[in-house]
Ligand binder design. Structure first.
Ligand SMILES: Cc1cc2nc3c(=O)[nH]c(=O)nc-3n(C[C@H](O)[C@H](O)[C@H](O)COP(=O)(O)O)c2cc1C
Length: 196
């Protein structure tokens, strides 16, 4: 056994964790979301830039507006999940860098003065953080249903402040009946890993 994480945790986070497509009505509380964030915020990003921003869509009125931006097949689950979060990348993340990366406060201007550079870096690092967030949801004993099937510009205009780019919309809750599609195969080690 090469892994030090206990088997139950391995199963909870990966082997038995699935992407949920249906949910029970059990609410997901702000305390649960806070506990998830307070765990996954320690996941690494380049220069600790931490560009992920999370918008919790709680009110029925906001939920209805969000559903209108989702691809057809994603609408029923987005309408019925106990909680839906919009994960976005903050393209102005560099404003926080002097605080987040204090041993090199010049990074803000030396590396991130240009908008296209910021946008690329925010997209990569917020996507990493989105992955940490999904694993964090699983660590809370909940299931996540991440989706990129939505009108990105519509979601940005309607829900996001400032210069944020939507990355994914995530349904969160306890899996309900018929929550899973069949488990897809994964690529094997030999197909993915090369050694030079
Ligand atoms: C970034 C991302 C975007 C996805 N977008 C959608 C989507 O728009 N609609 C959907 O039904 N599933 C979507 N999925 C779900 C994937 O198809 C699913 O996570 C994958 O097939 C693995 O399923 P499993 O966890 O049950 O093994 C998305 C997943 C990810 C990570």
């Amino acid at each position: 056994m090469s892994l030090v994480l206990d088997l139950a945790a391995q199963d909870l986070l990966f082997r038995e964790a699935r992407t949920a497509n249906a949910f029970t009505g059990e609410p997901v509380t702000d305390d649960q979301v806070r506990a998830i964030y307070d765990l996954v915020k320690y996941g690494p990003t380049s220069m600790n830039q931490s560009p992920l921003r999370i918008t919790l869509v709680r009110s029925p009125e906001a939920r209805e507006r969000l559903v209108g931006h989702m691809a057809e097949g994603n609408r029923p689950k987005t309408a019925t999940a106990p909680l839906v979060a919009i994960l976005s990348a903050d393209n102005e993340f560099h404003e926080e860098l002097p605080h987040l990366f204090p041993h090199f406060p010049q990074a803000k201007d030396a590396f991130f003065a240009e908008r296209p550079v910021r946008e690329g870096s925010a997209a990569l690092n917020a996507a990493l953080q989105a992955a940490y967030f999904i694993i964090g949801v699983r660590a809370a004993g909940l299931a996540a249903g991440p989706m990129t099937g939505f009108d990105s510009e519509g979601v940005r205009k309607e829900f996001l402040d400032g210069d944020h780019t939507p990355l994914m919309v995530v349904n969160i809750g306890r899996p309900g009946p018929d929550a899973w599609f069949p488990r897809g195969p994964r690529l094997e080690f030999e197909q993915v890993v090369t050694t030079v």
